[in-house]
Design a protein. Structure first.
Length: 542
């Protein structure tokens, strides 16, 4: 009987201990970003982690993931036959409350500076009010009252007191305003610095809780892949031209930034021009029904019609410069071209901070033969521009992007490479050259009445003078314009006095002369046209 009671008490005690025991905490491991494939908008990140597992079922929390990921894109791979039965993604928003000592220091300084600014602003307001009251009191004192008037002696004392006191208040206000300007500048700088520090230090933490099943007690390697929209890259270029008898050096670069909330420390980086489909569906046609609509005539602008800088082929009679030998290309990262995109595999590991600060990455250097020409449209701009024209540019695998131009060791500014152009040659504007001078003068503007039909005629003649002040020949491209008719009542005729152009684009009314200009040589060109129009018409002649 005693034995049975003892066993019962022992069983009850064991059961009570089992029921009240707390569950073991979930084991956590830290993951590191190993790879990052960055798109123009977004990135695919690959994290790696490892943990020692027991045989059977267990739970594991993988930390260090981006809180800005697409949950539908999460994929988990394991080793040694470990199965993942389920996973749960969570974000610890309280992890960002610890902003660090630097942020706290900046916050304290900002609060102190803001307090001083408020005090100074209040002091300025008080002194302005005192100055206004002083002026009002002085005016009232000087006027006197209906029953008594102020004496000369009292008026002098009032004036002296007002002058001294107002000068004192003005000096005080001026001192306060100078102090206010400095405080506002300090508050602004501290605010910007604080925002930057918060971005750098205030990071939420994200983790992935896994339910696992392991066939044996062993170490398992985990690979977590997901997509985040908080990253991007954009191409840009440095274009260097030593002289017009040498190839153009094109240095391709990339600007990479990310605000995923985690640091990318020495990751294997891949840049690609592709982008996730984001659920897009290939389009289909709907029925197209023609309907009567009101036709509105619009003036066709020259900007709306595709034009070209130059038209002459390399086989033209223009004198060619000696072609420089093509230098060896230094393409440290050769792009892999597929049917859909270009991919740049960066050889060295890169660290990209999570605060959005752009990191510049060199993609390679190409030395490209180019044809150099001097270009001027004096009706629009008297400056002569130096153009570098690159043939077969589609083989260079260039992307749309800004380009910094350096010509003869001097920074010339920024241009933009537009690879979606349908032009056969890629034209780069390298800057202007004042040694090639162009002048445009109007020689004739003659109007006369018609003998029949009630119409009028007006003739225009312009002279374009070009001089090469360099000690070497240049290929010159000169353009001028004549108007186009918008109705049957108006006719435009290009006259024989016009210097024969290389190309006459009648659809846009632009004539182009392409020729070689010898050192010290001056050439003159003429544009002459006649316009017939109804009498009394008000036309835009410029």
């Amino acid at each position: 009987m005693k034995l049975r009671i003892a066993l019962s008490v022992s069983f009850i005690f064991s059961a009570a201990v089992f029921l009240t025991a707390e569950p073991e905490p979930v084991k956590s491991v830290k993951s590191n970003v190993e790879e990052a494939s960055v798109f123009f908008n977004g990135a695919e990140l690959v994290h790696a982690a490892k943990a020692q597992l027991v045989k059977g079922s267990s739970e594991l929390r993988i930390e260090g993931l981006s809180p800005k990921l697409d949950r539908n894109s999460i994929k988990v791979k394991t080793t040694n036959g470990v199965m993942v039965s389920s996973f749960e993604f969570s974000v610890d928003y309280l992890a960002g409350e610890n902003l660090g000592q630097q942020v706290k220091k900046l916050q304290s300084e900002l609060e102190e500076q803001q307090k001083q600014l408020d005090e100074v602003s209040a002091a300025i307001k008080i002194n302005n009010n005192m100055l206004a009251l002083l002026k009002k009191a002085a005016d009232k004192k000087a006027e006197g009252t209906e029953k008594s008037s102020i004496s000369i002696d009292e008026l002098g004392k009032t004036i002296d007191y007002y002058g001294a006191k107002s000068a004192e208040l003005e000096r005080t206000i001026r001192t306060y305003k100078e102090r206010e300007i400095k405080l506002r500048e300090s508050v602004q700088n501290l605010t910007h610095q604080l925002e930057q520090e918060k971005t750098r230090n205030s990071k939420t933490s994200a983790s992935l809780k896994l339910s696992l099943s392991s066939p044996a007690a062993n170490e398992c390697l985990f690979t977590v892949t997901y997509y985040t929209s908080a990253a991007s890259w954009s191409p840009f270029y440095d274009i260097n031209v030593a002289s017009t008898d040498k190839p153009v050096q094109i240095v391709s670069k990339a600007k990479v930034r990310q605000t995923s909330g985690i640091e990318w420390d020495k990751v294997k980086l891949t840049l690609t021009t592709s982008s996730p489909s984001a659920g897009k569906t290939a389009p289909l046609f709907n029925a197209w029904f023609l309907r009567q609509i009101e036709h509105i005539l619009q003036k066709k602008s020259k900007e709306a019609i595709q034009n070209s800088y130059t038209y002459a082929d390399e086989s033209d009679t223009l004198v060619e410069y000696e072609k420089a030998e093509k230098a060896e290309d230094d393409v440290s990262i050769r792009p892999i071209e597929t049917q859909l995109n270009l991919t740049y595999n960066i050889a060295l590991p890169y660290s990209i901070p999570g605060n959005g600060k752009e990191q510049n990455i060199d993609l390679g250097t190409q030395n490209v033969p180019a044809s150099f020409k001097y270009y001027c449209v004096p009706k629009l701009d008297y400056e002569t521009y130096v153009l570098a024209e690159i043939s077969n540019w589609e083989k260079l695998n260039l992307l749309n992007g800004a380009a910094n131009i350096t010509y003869d060791g001097t920074y010339m500014g920024e241009t933009y490479i537009q690879t979606s152009s349908t032009q056969e040659k890629l034209s780069l504007t390298l800057g202007t050259d004042k040694r090639v001078v162009v002048k445009r003068e109007q020689l004739k503007d003659y109007s006369s009445g018609e003998l029949f039909g009630g119409g009028e005629t007006r003739e225009f003649v312009y002279e374009l003078t070009v001089r090469n002040n360099q000690n070497k020949p240049v290929k010159m491209v000169l353009k001028d314009q004549y108007p186009l008719s918008t109705s049957k009542e108006i006719s435009v005729e290009l006259l024989k006095d016009t210097t024969k152009p290389t190309v006459n684009k009648e659809d846009i009314g632009v004539i182009t002369w392409e020729y070689e200009l010898k050192p010290g040589e001056t050439k003159i060109f003429k544009t002459a046209y006649r316009v017939k129009y109804p009498k009394g018409s008000n036309l835009n002649w410029q």
